[in-house]
Design a protein around this ligand. Structure first.
Ligand SMILES: Nc1nc2c([nH]c(=O)n2[C@H]2C[C@H](O)[C@@H](COP(=O)(O)OP(=O)(O)OP(=O)(O)O)O2)c(=O)[nH]1
Length: 131
């Protein structure tokens, strides 16, 4: 049976209405695909806590995690992911890639120009619709 992982991802929008996109590195699982930064929820954590911790670890900045905007389950070849995208506000520091190959701020209409991890497509579509 495939394992199911619960993952939170941050949709961080800056003052220019751009959204932060992160490119997974060749060494990561699902390599060379774009995602909303975040990671696995650990036991005992709520969604917001998990996301704030992951962003501190991955991007060395502080966010405040807000509401869930999309909760979508996707089946990959080797595991199933429950990807929960939350709106998030940058409260301190500048996102700096620690593990990702690249970070990019993009306006919503340009999000589809990237090669997104398949689990992220519904969140990207939702962001495109809600301009
Ligand atoms: N953070 C994040 N992960 C995503 C997204 N879309 C998507 O399919 N994933 C996958 C990639 C990873 O397999 C998993 C998240 O795990 P993670 O970000 O903690 O990555 P990790 O390097 O710790 O994972 P692993 O190699 O230890 O398995 O979810 C997304 O938008 N954000």
């Amino acid at each position: 049976m495939k394992k199911t992982v619960k993952v939170v991802a941050a949709v961080i929008e800056n003052e220019e209405n751009e959204i932060l996109c992160a490119l997974r590195s060749p060494e990561m699982t699902i390599p060379n695909m774009w995602e909303f930064p975040g990671g696995k929820v650990e036991e005992g954590e709520d969604l917001q806590e998990a996301l704030e911790r992951e962003i501190q670890e991955e991007l060395s900045c502080e966010i405040q995690a807000q509401d869930v905007i999309k909760d979508h389950t996707h089946e990959y070849d080797s595991f199933i992911i429950q990807l929960i995208a939350l709106r998030a506000k940058l409260i301190e520091g500048n996102p700096t890639a620690q593990e990702h190959s690249k970070l990019l701020w993009l306006h919503r209409e340009n999000l589809p120009s990237l090669k997104w991890a398949p689990a992220d497509i519904p969140a990207v579509e939702l962001l495109m619709k809600n301009k």
